[in-house]
Design a protein around this ligand. Structure first.
Ligand SMILES: [Zn+2]
Length: 100
């Protein structure tokens, strides 16, 4: 089940009751709460700076064929959602490949 389905499922059942009243305010508040809750399920999140500090190592491990998803899951997680750091990773990767 993905997040969208999960949210639809939770709000879907309540929607019918509140539909006639009009819902935007309470609905979006609930949605914010929900999103906060979902993002809090991650234990720790790295900042861009922290990821950047680890990126050399991460890139090298990845280049060696190590399972970086297991070794540095937080970095991988950040790269999955941060376009800036992903770009940085691509640059480092290409440098590494060029010098290897
Ligand atoms: Zn980032």
């Amino acid at each position: 089940m993905n997040i969208k389905q999960f949210i639809l499922r939770i709000f879907g059942s309540k929607k019918q009751k509140t539909a006639s009243v009009g819902m935007p305010a309470s609905q979006s508040k609930k949605m914010q709460k929900m999103m906060a809750m979902l993002s809090n399920t991650r234990e720790v999140e790295l900042t861009c700076d922290e990821v950047f500090a680890l990126l050399d190592q991460f890139t090298e491990l990845a280049a060696q064929g190590e399972d970086v998803r297991k070794l540095m899951p937080l970095v991988q997680q950040h790269l999955d959602m941060c376009e800036d750091c992903r770009e940085e990773y691509r640059v480092l990767e290409s440098i590494l490949n060029a010098t290897a």
